[in-house]
Design a protein around this ligand. Sequence first.
Ligand code: NDP
Length: 450
Amino acid sequence: MLEELYQKVVEKDPAQPEFHQAVKEVLDSLESVLEKHPEYRKVKIPERIVEPERVILFRVPWLDDDGNVQVNRGFRIEMNSAIGPYKGGLRFHPSVNLGILKFLAFEQVFKNALTTIPMGGGKGGSDFDPKGKSDNEVMKFCQSFMSELFRHIGPSTDVPAGDIGVGGREIGFLFGQYKKLRNEWSGVLTGKGLQYGGSLIRPEATGYGAVYFGEEMLKTRGKSYNGLTCLVSGSGNVAQYATEKLNQLGAKVVTLSDSSGCIYDEEGINAEKLAFIMDLKNNRRGRIKEYAEKYKNVEYKPVDPEMDHNPLWAYPADCAFPSATQNEISAKDAQNLINNGVFLVSEGANMPTVPGGVDIFLQHKILYGPGKAANAGGVATSGLEMAQNATFSSWTRQEVDQKLHNIMISIHAQAKAAAEMYGDPTNYVLGANAAGFCKVADAMMAQGVV
Ligand code: NDP
């Protein structure tokens, strides 16, 4: 029956491969869950959960610095609001399309359910590319984007945040336009600046959270990060703070990347070098290659489309934190990781490993934390930002970090317990999908056919 449902999803929207991939992974985990819970089948929870509650698609016209009219496409997928207001980031990247955002919104539903905070799932964005644009152009684009989006969102309806290409700068411009149009200050976006309602630790949360999740997995084998060598991909928000936390916990990070190439620094990317990366990426908006020009004994490998694997995943290490984008670890990369000694993968990015790669991790029984569990710290801390906004309060750095840490411990415990309950104790993919699904399914059951 689940195979039949999957085929229907593919037939209905044949041009959405990433969405099919995300749906298949969850449906594959549900066989044993539905055996225990036939009531979910009866009211067609699986059929309803793969269908977005609402999809908004709109034109985003704006004027560039030369006075030319530019046109992009804007999206918001309101996937599921059974357990709380829609919540999920906005992605600005040329690769954005309906299928990519549906996959991200679908993942978000289960991820948010695991956080223990009442948040539904959503995702949005645009095919706009902030790279190479002036601050003025980014502002004009954000204002036009929000001029349509504002009528669909609200602090109790739908609360967007950042994702690839949407950081503090973009959230500021989006928030300013929302406030102007509504004549209202509210916590309608998260990832805001500290001066206007943002939460301490929100920028750090996804990267820190992925490292905390990995720490819980390590504890199951009586290990810690001390002295371990780690591969991190990407060099944006998630990668930067995963690196920071790994350094703090005594590990050594030897790689980072961007869409042009990767660097390998055998000595380790210490705090001083990480500060260089943060300035390079967050202020100067430069390329990772500059790291290899600045520091000695660093290898830089440009992306080679002819290559059948990503060299970043072929360096010897103990742990890997994919933190760039979807499907960045192929089956060959997964095998390279195993061959080179990696025994822990904690996914900062969403769905960074192709299904064949996931199979390899599961077969080898390494500690594998899928994105929807391992990177949930970002949205969880967005939930904490919403709570602070709703009560006009602000918590200290230590308070938020402690809450984030406790949430990651809880997510790990839920995924582990569900994996055990459904018969495959070391399989966090099964555990995260089953635990997240049951929470949303129970809420949907309670609310009737809506
Ligand atoms: P950023 O835009 O800050 O950084 C993204 C990084 O990944 C950049 O280094 C970018 O390089 C690289 N990258 C993006 N697309 C590609 C690509 N197609 N090929 C190679 N490299 C690429 O985004 P985030 O750090 O916020 O997001 C990274 C991942 O983490 C995404 O999968 C996102 O969905 C996920 N995530 C983020 C959360 C958050 O709180 N920010 C929460 C949960 C998940 P370049 O600059 O060259 O494009």
